[in-house]
Design a protein around this ligand. Structure first.
Ligand code: BGC
Length: 448
């Protein structure tokens, strides 16, 4: 297996997001985001954790970039906090907030690391939530204004821009099930949030075409669905689950229409959207970012709202600390599926990784994480298999560089290849980081 080599120029990197690592979310003139509010609402976060300090990356970014350099990373995917840059979401620009990202990308460049910036990784300015947030159609213009500020300040250095990270999670977690900010549970809001997210994405791409000189794309999370049985009920449930999670965003962005199943699932809550919106949403993209973590085996279950489908646990499979089945072949399958359904747009794996229990570091200062190494190895091999079969995958980003705030799970789920002691903020390379360093050094060769 030692002959596994990725195409020349394949990019190896790691990924993070602002609220999960930066801390200092109110420093230097930043405004609050919906995650500041959510995490400070009693009862919503495991252990009452907040992102107030997180990994303190806002102050320790030079150390984190030095770690990336030591790991031989070629690229770094981070997100920009909208309310750090525009404290009220629109209007007044907070120069000190922009300056942070300027220092970040310049330091990355000096370390030979190519920046990929995500504009929206779930932290809407609280001031915009007060104006309806993703439910207000004006959000597309607010987002375009913010995108333009970010492009003008950083596009000389940022090579790839992702408009949204995982719009499915924004809607499902934030507007339908309430587990994520802003914590709504409303069947009628979800389709509206979805649609406005896509309109905002379209506007940000339009703005980039007139102002940017690099690449712009959209990041989605895909979770391939496998029917539990070949019964008509399970096959239909599987189609619904697939439409809801995998096609709901990609179909409008690439084909200009929602899947038919959306109306079937949401019934009266799914409105008819104006035709003209789809011209805005369907913008040519330079790349798509795919975040892949797990698959789902799907069984019909009328008691579950919307999808009327449930996931079936697989006996004998390995599950991560977040309860996700480890199933690497689905990554090959989903990359080939993307190409077949949506055509030749280049793909980056913008997130892939796993939370596992990490044994204590105390004895010799090492963190031995064999399950994470296994996870990464098998998924990197799956990407390679997809490339051999014709998928145009250009790069791979591990989620995540650092252990960080896993949203409402607080600090209880560790996804990092670098361990963070949240009492001292000390960083320690896990064995998986050393494994990944060899992967990057050998362009995949070390995977065997
Ligand atoms: C998100 C990350 C998150 C990770 C693990 C993705 O859904 O983009 O922010 O930490 O998965 O749950």
């Amino acid at each position: 297996m030692s002959d596994v080599r990725f195409p020349p120029g394949f990019v190896w990197g790691t990924a993070t997001a602002a609220y999960q690592i930066e801390g200092a979310s109110q420093d230097d003139g930043a405004g609050p985001s919906i995650w500041d509010r959510f995490s400070h609402t009693p009862g919503l976060m495991t252990n009452g954790d907040t992102g107030d300090i997180a990994c303190d990356h806002y102050h320790r970014y030079p150390e984190d970039i030095a770690i990336m350099r030591d790991l031989g990373m070629q690229a770094y995917r981070f997100s920009i906090s909208w309310s750090r840059v525009l404290p009220e979401g629109t209007g007044r620009v907070n120069q000190r907030g922009l300056d942070f990202y300027r220092r970040l990308v310049d330091t990355l460049r000096e370390a030979g690391i190519r920046p990929m910036a995500t504009l929206y990784h779930w932290d809407l300015p609280a001031a915009l939530d007060d104006r309806g947030g993703w439910l207000n159609r004006d959000v597309a213009e607010w987002f375009a204004e913010y995108a333009s500020v970010a492009y003008k300040a950083l596009d000389d250095t940022v090579e790839w821009w992702a408009t949204l990270n995982e719009p499915w999670v924004v809607t499902d977690g934030g507007y339908l099930h309430g587990a994520l900010a802003p914590g709504h549970r409303n069947l009628f809001e979800a389709p509206i949030a979805t649609h406005n997210l896509l309109r905002a994405h379209g506007r940000a791409v339009q703005v980039y075409r007139s102002e940017g000189k690099h690449q712009v794309g959209l990041v989605v999370n895909l979770e391939p669905k496998y029917p539990f049985s070949q019964s008509e009920e399970d096959l239909a449930a599987n189609r619904r689950a697939d439409a809801y999670m995998n096609r709901q965003y990609l179909d409008p962005a690439f084909k200009g229409a929602y899947p038919d199943e959306m109306k079937e699932m949401f019934g009266a809550a799914w409105p008819d959207f104006p035709d003209a919106d789809f011209d805005l949403i369907k913008q040519p993209l330079d790349f798509v970012g795919i975040n892949y973590y797990l698959r789902a085996v799907t069984k019909a279950d009328p008691s579950i709202p919307i999808e009327r489908a449930t996931r079936v646990r697989q006996p004998g499979a390995i599950y991560t600390e977040t309860g996700w089945e480890v199933y690497p072949p689905a990554l090959t399958a989903v990359l080939l599926w993307f190409k077949e359904r949506y055509g030749p747009t280049p793909i980056y794996i913008t997130e892939n990784g796993a939370a596992f229990y990490d044994p204590p570091t105390a004895i010799d200062g090492t963190v031995n994480d064999p399950l994470r190494i296994y996870y990464l190895r098998e998924h990197i091999l799956s990407v390679h298999r997809a490339i051999e079969q014709g998928a145009d995958v250009r790069g791979y980003f591990v989620w995540s560089l650092l252990d960080n705030l896993e949203w409402s799970h607080g600090y209880t789920k560790r996804f990092g290849i670098v361990h963070v002691d949240f009492a001292t903020l000390k960083r320690t390379l896990k064995e998986s980081a050393k494994f990944y360093r060899e992967i990057a050094r050998t362009n995949g060769g070390a995977v065997g």
